[in-house]
Design a binder for this molecule. Structure first.
Ligand SMILES: *Cc1c(COP(=O)(O)O)cnc(C)c1O
Length: 369
């Protein structure tokens, strides 16, 4: 690839020698799971987010499952989310035995459609999971108002939006619980799997803390159902090392996104909408065109690591066949699945790399390739 989507050595940031020394100390000292390093990262991430509590867990998927378990969501309950999300959001709902209820996407923001959300709420609805998709904050104010008025909990899927802000407040702290993933592809990433749940509610924090250790209140006292889902100390140490650099990296992502928007202006393309009250962190940079498949093939053949996120909406995935969703049921999500394309975006991307991508996109639309 001439322009790739990831640069793992850069992601590890500066000061890697100091990290290696710490790894040696930790490996020889038997610091493997939870413990001091995880506690330090939890406190650091909570301070960064402006949340009262953070608990480190095994993955972003587990963070969502544990958040729903903490709320007591289970069999017979409904949980609403959007049809254009990553599989994990819906898998988490099913994992606790609840029924996922889908809402279509907004055609401009690619967030959960506010128009359809209200109609999807039934007596059985216990929670809504808005997704801060691609790093753009979901429209939390109206979602929170609806949820509060109906006694429904909000679990934010912030797996793609570490550091994003809405009216100056970090996402993941606006609802009852916020869920993060530290998968290597994410804006804040471990060297393996990792996840976290943030909350301002001490009771929910207690629930998550117990339920990530098989429901134990103290050793051998298993008082509720739980998972075995803990953050590794090594991963926490890496996350503590990277977190002070996250805002700079997100700023660089915004700078690259601005270059793309400016230099692709005038082509028959659309972009994810933006609004003045938000700070997008561009986990992914999306362009939208009805010539998507041709452009994708062209870019990839030129060595540009463009990809589609996500080519099949949730309601058309075979894993969910038993839920009875039909093609055409969520038309905006289907259009987005057919028309969106991610251009490479990395904090360390050079202007020359952006220029190369832009030139190939221009060439495609001018029929030059
Ligand atoms: C990555 C992701 C998850 C799941 O995170 P894992 O750590 O891979 O389990 C959940 N939701 C969204 C929107 C994601 O992008």
């Amino acid at each position: 690839m001439k322009v790739s989507r990831y640069n793992y050595p850069h992601q590890l940031g500066e000061g890697v020698e100091e990290l290696m020394e710490d790894f040696r100390r930790m490996l020889l000292g038997g610091h493997y799971i939870l413990g001091e390093e995880v506690g330090a990262f939890e406190a650091q991430f909570a301070a960064y987010l402006g949340a009262r509590h953070v608990r480190g867990v095994n993955t972003g998927t587990d963070a969502l499952i544990l958040a729903l378990l903490a709320l007591g969501v289970g069999v017979g309950d409904e949980v609403i989310t959007q049809a254009n999300t990553f599989n994990a959001t819906v898998t988490a709902i099913r994992a606790v035995g609840a029924t996922p209820v889908l809402v279509d996407a907004d055609d401009h923001a690619f967030a959960i459609s506010l128009e359809q959300l209200e109609d999807a709420v039934t007596e059985r609805c216990r929670a809504i999971i808005p997704v801060h998709l691609y790093g753009k904050p979901a429209p939390m104010q109206p979602i929170l108002e609806l949820a509060r008025s109906r006694g429904i909990a909000i679990v934010e899927d912030a797996a793609q939006a570490h550091g994003a802000r809405l009216n100056g407040v970090r996402v993941g702290t606006l609802g009852d619980l916020g869920c993060f993933s530290f998968h290597p592809s994410k804006n804040l990433s471990a060297a393996g799997d990792g996840g976290a749940v943030a909350t301002n509610d001490p009771d929910l924090e207690q629930q998550v803390a117990m339920r990530r250790v098989l429901g134990q209140r103290a050793q051998n006292q298993h008082v509720v159902f739980g998972l075995n889902s803990k953050l590794d100390a090594i991963q926490a140490r890496i996350l503590s090392h990277k977190l002070p650099r996250l805002d700079r990296w997100n700023e660089q992502r915004r700078h690259i996104a601005a270059m793309y928007r400016q230099r692709l202006n005038g082509l028959p393309l659309r972009f994810q909408s933006t609004s003045a009250d938000e700070e997008h962190v561009y986990h992914l940079f999306q362009i939208r065109t009805d010539r998507r498949d041709g452009l994708l093939a062209e870019l990839r053949s030129c060595g540009i690591d463009a990809v589609v996120r996500y080519p099949i909406p949730i309601h058309l995935q075979p894993a969910f066949d038993d839920l009875g969703w039909k093609p055409g049921q969520f038309p905006t999500s289907e259009r987005l699945a057919n028309e969106l394309l991610c251009l490479p975006i990395r904090p360390d991307m050079t202007e020359a790399e952006v220029g190369l991508v832009v030139d190939y996109v221009h060439a495609f639309f001018s029929g030059g390739t």
